[in-house]
Each structure stands twice: as C-alpha cells, then as structure tokens.
Ligand binder design. Structure first.
Ligand code: 0O2
Length: 272
C-alpha cells in the first residue's frame, strides 16, 4: 500500500487516540476536582507503526481488505492504575460510557499469560468524526497497575531485542520478576485504603490552601493591609500544624469575614 494511503487509513486512528487520551484525563481530573480518589493514575496512547501492523497481518494471515476489521489494536490506549483493585473500577467507568461500545474483554489477570504478562484489555468500538462523516473503528484499551506496566514494558523491550527468542536465563529472570510484581501488587493492596486517604487529604489540603490564599488576596484588594497581615500570620500558624480540620475551620471563618468585609465596602464606597 502507498504511503499516502497508509496516512489516510491511520489518521482517524490518530484522532481516536488523541480524543480518548483527553477524555480519560478528564475523568481523572473530574475525580480530583470533587476530592475523590481517582482510580486512573495516568493515560497514554499510540497508533501502531506500519511495520508492526504488517507483521501482525502476516502473523495472523489477515489480508488488507480485512485489516480494520481484524486488527483491533491499531489504536491503543493504556490506563495505568496504582492498585489492582482500581483496574475493575476503571473498567466499570469505561463500560458506562456512551461513546464506547465494549465488544470484547481479555482478562489476563485471572488468566495470566505464559510469559508472565498480566493486564486487563478491553476492545471497544469508538466513532470519530472525519471530513467524510462518522467513522467507527476499534480501539484496544489496556488497563494495568504501575508495577504490571513496569514488567510489561521491560519484557516487551527484551522480546524486541531477542526478536521473540528469549534466552532461557532471561526468560527465567522475567518469570521471577513477574512473581515479584504479583507480590508487590498484593502488598500495595494491603495499604490501599491508607494511601487513598492520604492522597485525598493532600488534595483537599491543596485546594483549601488555594481557596484561603484567594480569599486573603480579595481582602487585600479591599485595602485593609493591617487586617490582612494578621490573617496571614494566623494562616501560617495553622498551616504549619498540618491539621486539616483546623484549616477547614479557618477557611469557613475567613469566608464569612471576607463576605462581611465586601458587603461593608460596597455600602461604603469611600472605604475603598
Ligand atoms: P505491541 O507492540 O504492543 O502493539 P489474540 O488474537 O487476541 O490472541 P493479539 O491481538 O496479539 O492476539 O492480542 P493480545 O494477546 O491480547 O495482545 C495484545 C497486546 O497486548 C499486544 O500487542 C501487547 O501490547 C500486549 N501483550 C500481550 N501479550 C503480551 C506479553 O506477553 N508481553 C507483553 N509485554 N505485552 C503483551 P502486540 O501487537 O503484540 O504488540
């Protein structure tokens, strides 16, 4: 096939990957904005290279006419989670979406591959709007933990280096590493709720500090510099104690104070 035709064929897949990366990152951001724990840690994606597509077509005996129907991972998304438990949560979020029609799932967690590979795959139909109109296409979404991803990326590089014929000693090392990754994920799961709470607290603290500083800035604009210096010192004192409840209480009081102060300055324009 000519280069130009490959470009035309792959462009909608590029678009799908770029749109879905944005959408999945928005899902993560939405959790954060609502002070909720996000099961999504990071998102990435790629369109399969032409050489890799050709290799797969040859390996699976797929003719050009059947390429888009039978090679389902031309567009690939990867969602990384912190914990094994988050994988199912992410899958649920994806099953609920109206822009994805999940047509297949491959559970390499319950059915670990012989290589040691663990991951959860969803094959979905996704429609991109192109100049010629809507174009439905397949995307493969791989969901796995950071630890699983570390293993898979390393193994993939080694497979590439040895062209699929891993020396026995390397294969044995990888099997040991896969076992270690399994144990690491289990260990991390046992402290999951503590880590989740710590992360939510730290997000809340960040948001509170941002709101408090905005509030102080607003009061400063209304020109009561002495009052602001006092408020700021009080804020530093409370912040240094790292007590979230105290910080919340301070924020509530400051909010009431700022509202009162603003009302006063609107009533009395000379005070500005
Ligand atoms: P690349 O370079 O990542 O694109 P199937 O018809 O379902 O049996 P298929 O389509 O190969 O065959 O599906 P499968 O086995 O679910 O693999 C899809 C993708 O999962 C692979 O794409 C890899 O990205 C990843 N994967 C599957 N098995 C392994 C493994 O043992 N090690 C690693 N590191 N990744 C794996 P590609 O096209 O093989 O590669």
């Amino acid at each position: 096939m000519e280069i130009q035709l490959w470009r035309e064929l792959l462009d909608p897949y590029e678009q799908a990957v770029s749109e879905l990366i944005t959408k999945f990152n928005n899902l993560k951001a939405e959790h954060r904005k609502r002070n909720l724990y996000s099961p999504i840690e990071s998102v990435s994606g790629r369109v399969k290279s032409v050489s890799s597509i050709l290799e797969k077509m040859k390996h699976k005996n797929v003719p050009f006419e059947r390429l888009e129907a039978e090679i389902e991972d031309i567009a690939g998304l990867r969602i990384i989670t912190q914990f094994v438990e988050d994988i199912e949560k992410v899958a649920q979020l994806l099953y609920q979406r109206s822009d994805l029609e999940i047509v297949e799932q491959k559970d390499y967690l319950a059915n670990q591959k012989k290589s040691g590979y663990r991951s959860f795959h969803l094959i979905a139909r996704y429609t991109v709007d192109c100049i010629g109109g809507p174009k439905p296409l397949f995307v493969e979404i791989q969901i796995r933990t950071m630890a699983m991803n570390f293993w898979a990326t390393t193994e993939h590089s080694l497979q590439y280096k040895y062209r699929g014929n891993l020396p026995e000693r390397v294969a044995a090392r990888l099997t040991n590493a896969a076992d270690a990754i399994f144990m690491l994920d289990n260990e991390m799961s046992s402290v999951r709720s503590e880590i989740m709470n710590a992360q939510i607290d730290s997000q809340m603290e960040l948001q509170l500090v941002k709101d408090i500083l905005n509030c102080i800035e607003n009061i400063y604009r209304l020109d009561n510099k002495r009052e602001v210096a006092k408020i700021q010192n009080e804020f530093y004192r409370i912040y240094a104690a790292h007590n979230l409840e105290e910080l919340e209480r301070f924020h509530r009081q400051l909010d009431i104070f700022a509202e009162g102060y603003q009302a006063q300055s609107i009533d009395d324009p000379l005070s500005r």
